[in-house]
Design a protein. Structure first.
Lengths: 176, 277
């Protein structure tokens, strides 16, 4: 299976095709509903976001508490569609990719195509399994949100499926 | 009267929270394995394999099956000959907090639905029923919200036929699509009042997936299972014949003027644990 590393460059991303399975290593960041709302608000006010979004990948995930002796607790993807209204702003700000579960709004698909980005799926409801591919996890921003804080994750061979590629091909649309 | 202490209830609820979140129900695990064996779509089979591996890892390494450790729903059946000294609901909520803390589960409950404060572990949603006898039955169902969000209720005319009910249930599954973590378990409540049908739909998820209902319901369950699995939604909504693992229907008498039908979907990680004291 193809292996890729963060930060992803444009050449790497444009080679990814919808339906392709890849293993990702490197750094990714978690963020979901409330963190998205804050990031978008910060951008709207021309304020600096707590993480530099340029070239990064966001994973729609809020893990459980971290059990003693483990890098992270259960940490599967949450439904991407809830982030759709915020996503185009983040993509414009330089975000390179997203990991989640489920379909995306057409505005998001259009932005992915426009900026040549990528949307990945990973195994939904498999948080225990996915925790095995995460080597380090640390909350780095919006810590007052508790579990919804932004975590910096170091992953090794994290299993992904390309759902929407840089040409706008959508696995959910083509499978039918 | 048989006395049961709130301390005992608290401890049992705590243990049930841990068990439900870490150890996948045997009937759910078994149904996933037979779905894996039957699935012919390559991608669907790969995903089902990951789901099965996930349950094994969760159990072996004491990790939550899913990071959404749900809104804890607690079902209590109190025998009429049981006396509980103290505050039952407080004991249940304390048990939930202790269990969720102990197993490093997620605090997903906001105290105010509108103000959305920092999440906590409790309170649980508690359903209490009084039954005959001197036993106390406790069940914890941690309900993930990706699937809870897909719940639907429809108040049919009393003259509506089975075909219309089937169509509605199929539409609910179609509209859930890939979003609520298929393959699903579908809980259906038919009859009662609007609120009671919703309760029955949730309660239906507690029933063993391998069971035989009374004739008319069993036929409806079997037909729906077959029809839904033809929708080609499949695991993660990426196609395949495994869209639902089971359809569980609960019924109750209703009014001559109505026919409430509620559908409560569970993701593939249908988690619950029960104890009888």
């Amino acid at each position: 299976m193809k292996k890729i590393r963060t930060p992803l460059d444009r050449r790497q991303i444009t080679k990814l095709k919808a339906g392709e399975r890849v293993l990702l290593s490197g750094i990714i960041y978690t963020a979901r509903d409330q963190a998205h709302k804050r990031l978008v608000e910060a951008i709207a006010k021309n304020k600096k976001t707590p993480i530099d979004l340029r070239g990064q990948i966001i994973y729609y995930c809020v893990p459980t508490k971290t059990p003693r002796g483990k890098a992270i607790g259960s940490c599967g993807p949450t439904t991407s569609a809830r982030m759709d209204e915020f996503t185009p702003v983040l993509l414009k700000a330089g975000l390179k990719g997203m990991i989640g579960k489920g379909t995306r709004a057409k505005e998001v698909i259009a932005a992915i195509k426009k900026y040549k980005l990528v949307y990945f799926l990973t195994y939904a409801g498999c948080g225990a399994l996915l925790s095995q591919y995460i080597k380090k996890a640390k909350p780095i921003a919006y810590k007052d949100l508790g579990p919804e804080a932004i975590y910096k994750l170091e992953v090794k061979d994290f299993p992904l499926l390309v759902a929407i590629d840089s040409k706008g091909n959508n696995l959910y649309a083509v499978r039918k | 009267m048989r006395k049961i202490s709130t301390k005992k209830i608290q401890d049992k609820v705590s243990a049930l929270c841990v068990q439900a979140n870490l150890v996948l129900r045997k009937d759910v695990f078994g149904t996933l394995r037979s779905a894996y064996a039957k699935e012919t779509n390559k991608r669907a089979k790969d995903i089902l394999g990951a789901i099965i591996a996930n349950a094994r890892i969760a159990r072996k390494k004491s990790l939550a099956i899913c990071q959404d450790t749900g809104l804890p729903c607690v079902f209590v059946e109190i025998g009429s000959e049981v006396k509980i000294n103290g505050d039952l609901k407080a004991a249940i909520n304390k048990g939930v907090v202790l269990g969720y803390r102990k197993a490093y589960l997620r605090n997903s409950i906001v105290s105010d639905p509108l103000l959305r404060s920092r999440p906590k572990y409790s309170p649980a949603v508690i359903h209490i029923d009084v039954v005959k006898g001197n036993k106390l039955k406790l069940t914890v169902l941690p309900k993930g919200f990706g699937c809870e969000n897909k719940t639907q209720l429809k108040m049919f005319k009393p003259t509506a036929g089975i075909a219309e009910i089937k169509k509605f249930i199929l539409e609910v599954i179609k509209s859930a699509g890939p979003d609520a973590c298929p393959p699903y378990v579908v809980g259906v409540g038919i009859g009662g009042t609007a609120d009671y049908a919703c309760f029955l739909a949730k309660k239906a998820l507690l029933r063993n997936l391998v069971h035989v209902s009374r004739f008319i319901v069993h036929r409806l369950e079997k037909d729906l299972l077959k029809d839904i699995n033809k929708l080609n939604i499949g695991p993660m909504g990426l196609g395949g014949k495994t869209t639902v693992l089971a359809v569980n229907i609960e019924t109750y008498p209703t009014h001559i003027a109505g026919l409430p039908v509620a559908v409560n979907i569970s993701c593939h990680a249908l988690r619950s644990a029960t104890i009888v004291i």
